[in-house]
Ligand binder design. Structure first.
Ligand code: FAD
Length: 463
């Protein structure tokens, strides 16, 4: 019997365990799977809390509809009838102390329709003219990699970057656009520029003609039972005894034809193949004896705090119609975004109530995450009140600190990960890396990596 060890019980590790056991059963393979999770909770960053009739997502809440793997997993575990679309509604950017609607037709902040962009109050006439320069500017010289900030500033100018692209992408990556890698995040934008000489033209071509007056498919979906129910459903499908909870893997030693995992419990477990799905720094700590892992120790990660506040609807005197707003970096605010969750996902909130979800922890304001609950609550309320006029205190507040949770794919990330994986395949055959620190941090990207790990492990063990 060959033993497969999965380290980490977030969505990447659970997906890996689930599809491995499915293959093992379907093909009658002589393999067994063990998953080690350090904490007493499964799901990692996916964490749904239910309270007083509210469904509160402490971590992710939105699944990008155009990425199929997560919907395949949802269907495989029988939750497809729990999928709901995001409610239609306007999203805003807060810039210069005012809310501005995100111009229609912009994709990740890049304009694809001229009129809404030209009419937008988010940019000055000079900013708009500069962005239109993308249509006539020649393409840049080919480059191995560059920062997202450098790339977008060159194509569209500083104003569009600061007022739209940075708030959108900064929200996803919780990082500094001027350090994040273009090739590790949006290589397709680089290819578009190189092929069409213009980002706007390239994007318009790739998206094709958008049908007019036709209901657009929703961009995001979620589960009405909370994303934690996906974790529960996957866990339910695993064979009994697969998961060792409250069991960290502290160190890994290579033996002649197998590996030893030193567990936090003091025990030693054996494995023929290992999938590491923990944050990058934890992977490096398990394998400190290998210098090729050092870049994972040096790879930065940022922290954020997610602040959910429940109100009686009557507490919100000045309401805004829409799903929420992002904050531009040059605004004098400490929150980076606020979702009007009761409007974006109405199923999360009882009638007559409101649920707001804000974030703090800009790249240059990391210390806020360490402030007390009371202080964070005051910071968030003060900022939100500049926009909304809330007249009563929240009925309750749920603050979740995600420390070092946002792996920063800085310039050169793709190459560094490629090199580590190459060294791993020669020095640690049968050990694989997957998860949010490596090749995409959205839930669907993590599931893709889990599926890839299943293929890699099976190929290795059946060789
Ligand atoms: P994790 O969830 O971090 O799981 C890793 C697991 O490894 C953890 O459970 C940890 O306890 C365990 N572990 C660590 N060290 C050890 C060890 N030594 N031994 C054993 N176990 C160990 N994505 C989206 O697609 N949409 C969103 O709306 C979205 N919003 C987000 C909002 C927030 C606040 C956060 C934090 C993330 C969000 N994401 C979103 C990103 C997405 O949730 C994560 O990237 C993804 O869930 C990560 O899954 P993972 O399994 O790779 O890692």
């Amino acid at each position: 019997m060959k033993r497969i060890a999965i380290v980490g019980g977030g969505i990447t590790g659970l997906t890996t365990a689930y599809y491995l056991q499915k293959e093992i059963k379907e093909k009658g393979l002589p393999f067994e799977v063990k998953l080690y999770e350090a904490s007493d909770r499964l799901g990692g960053m996916i964490h749904t809390e239910r309270r007083d009739g509210f469904t509160i997502e402490r971590g992710p809440d939105s699944l990008l509809a155009r990425k199929p793997s997560v919907f395949r997993l949802i269907e495989d575990v029988g939750l497809q009838d729990k999928l709901v679309d995001v409610a239609a509604g306007k999203a805003y950017v807060l810039a210069n102390e005012k809310l501005h609607g995100i111009p229609q037709g912009s994709f990740m902040g890049i304009p694809t329709q001229i009129t809404p962009f030209a009419l937008s109050s988010l940019f000055s006439p000079i900013g708009k003219l500069r962005a239109a320069g993308d249509l006539v500017k020649s393409k840049s010289k080919p480059q191995e990699d560059q920062s997202l900030g450098h790339f977008f500033r060159n194509r569209l100018g500083d104003e569009v970057v600061e007022n739209l692209i940075e708030p959108l992408l900064g929200g996803v990556y919780s990082g500094d656009l001027d350090r994040l890698s273009l090739m590790a995040t949006f290589p397709n934008f680089y290819n578009m520029e190189q092929e069409h000489g213009s980002l706007i033209k390239g994007l318009r071509k790739s998206r094709g003609k958008q049908p007019k007056n036709k209901k657009k498919p929703s961009v995001f979906k979620t589960l009405e039972t909370g994303l934690g129910s996906l974790v529960d459903a996957v866990v339910d499908q695993l064979d009994e005894g697969t998961i060792e909870q409250g069991t960290s893997v502290d160190h890994i030693e290579k033996k002649e034809n197998s590996y030893h995992l030193m567990l936090g419990t003091g025990e030693v477990a054996g494995a023929d193949s290992i999938v590491l799905t923990t944050p990058h720094y934890a992977c490096q700590r398990m394998l400190t004896q290998y210098d090729f892992m050092d870049p994972l120790r040096d790879m930065p990660a940022t922290s954020v705090a997610n602040v959910a506040m429940a109100f009686d609807q009557s507490a919100i005197e000045k309401d805004v119609d829409g799903t929420g707003f992002l904050v531009s970096r040059n605004s004098d605010y400490r929150i980076t975004a606020c979702t009007w969750t009761h409007k974006k996902w109405p199923h999360t909130t009882p009638d007559g109530k409101a649920l707001l979800r804000a974030y703090v922890g800009k790249p240059n304001d990391q210390e806020v995450v360490n402030q007390s609950d009371e202080e964070i609550r005051e910071i968030v309320l003060k900022d939100i009140n500049k926009i909304m006029n809330i007249t009563q205190p929240p009925e309750f507040t749920v603050i979740t600190r995600w420390r070092n949770s946002r792996a920063q794919y800085t310039v050169g990330h793709k190459e560094r990960i490629h090199n580590i994986k190459q060294s791993m395949s020669s020095e640690l055959p049968g050990v694989f890396l997957a998860g949010a620190s490596f090749e995409g941090l959205g839930v669907p990207d993590c599931i893709d990596q889990g599926e890839q790990a299943v293929e890699d492990v099976l190929e290795f063990l059946q060789d």
